[in-house]
Ligand binder design. Structure first.
Ligand code: CO
Length: 288
């Protein structure tokens, strides 16, 4: 058996206030310039508000090409509709995994005008060879997310990939991606500790969204709600929740190590491919 090497925190980031879609207020944890170090991930947004004015505008019709979007709802309901007539309702605890591929034009609109709307959107890059595949979706209601009990009694909700928990393999509903994505929502109780394998070929990070969490690598580091910890090399993570417990996203994936050229909702490998995407969008060919 290979030696266990705990991953250390190598960088801590705080999400910054941003606005996207039709005035939706959100927290951009990372994205855009400098996102290469999170390869294969391009962006992570957290949205959360009980003020309707912060979200009712939603995300009206807009295009994507060249990557995947993963929307994970904690609270609230969002309706997704695309140019092909696909409709899907995202409800609390559910996930929509959209592979934009060569192109999708869609809207994502809140189905409420009061109450709490809360969740995350993660952008996962596609390798060059898969960027122009036809668009596809997986709509995963809350009951389709794999739930596993952690050794300390907490809960892992596994959206993608495999997680070895106390020697047993827990498998999420999404798998087989070239990017080997591991995406889990870990809910730890007060002072709970947890050690999990995270394969050494994956880039890994933790995003705290409730409570606080210590990353117990060779050195100890603290992550509080709203902070992202990018992790260094190793094959396991060791965590200890604070006195209020912690909720944290564990996100890991295999880096593609390809050039990233992004123009808004188009992410390709070269300037020429971006220009082609713009031409295709203007001529109505993007998603046909
Ligand atoms: Co979108």
């Amino acid at each position: 058996m290979a030696a266990v090497i705990k991953r250390d925190l190598v960088e801590k980031l705080v999400g910054r206030a941003a606005s996207d879609g039709d005035g939706v207020k959100l927290k951009r944890v990372f994205g855009g310039t400098g996102a290469e170090r999170f390869d294969p991930f391009l962006m992570l947004d957290e949205f959360g508000s009980d003020q309707a004015a912060d979200y009712v505008g939603g995300f009206p019709s807009h295009p994507h090409r060249g990557f995947e979007t993963v929307t994970y709802m904690l609270e609230g309901r969002m309706l997704h509709e695309d140019h092909l007539g696909n409709r899907g309702l995202l409800e609390p605890g559910g996930v929509q995994w959209m592979t934009a591929g060569r192109g999708i034009i869609h809207s994502e609109m809140p189905q409420q005008d009061a109450g709490l709307m809360r969740g995350f959107q993660l952008w996962v890059n596609l390798p060059a060879a898969e960027k122009m595949q036809p668009a596809s979706y997986r709509d995963l209601p809350a009951g389709d997310i794999t739930e596993c009990t952690l050794p300390g009694g907490g809960l892992a909700r596994l959206i993608a990939g495999d997680l070895g928990i106390s020697g047993e393999l827990c498998t999420g509903p999404i798998g087989g991606k070239t990017t080997d994505v591991l995406y889990a929502d870990l809910q730890l109780g007060k002072d709970e500790t947890c050690e999990l394998p995270v394969a050494s070929h994956l880039n890994a990070m933790l995003y705290g969204y409730e409570g606080e969490l210590r990353i117990e690598g060779r050195e100890e580091a603290l992550i509080t709600a709203g902070q992202l910890g990018r992790l260094g090399e190793g094959n396991s993570i060791a965590l200890r929740a604070g006195p209020e417990g912690a909720r944290v996203l564990l996100i890991a994936g295999k880096p593609l190590r390809e050039p990233i050229v992004q123009y808004g909702p188009f992410v390709m490998n070269s300037r020429e491919e971006i220009e082609q995407a713009l031409r295709d969008f203007r001529s109505g060919q993007l998603a046909s």
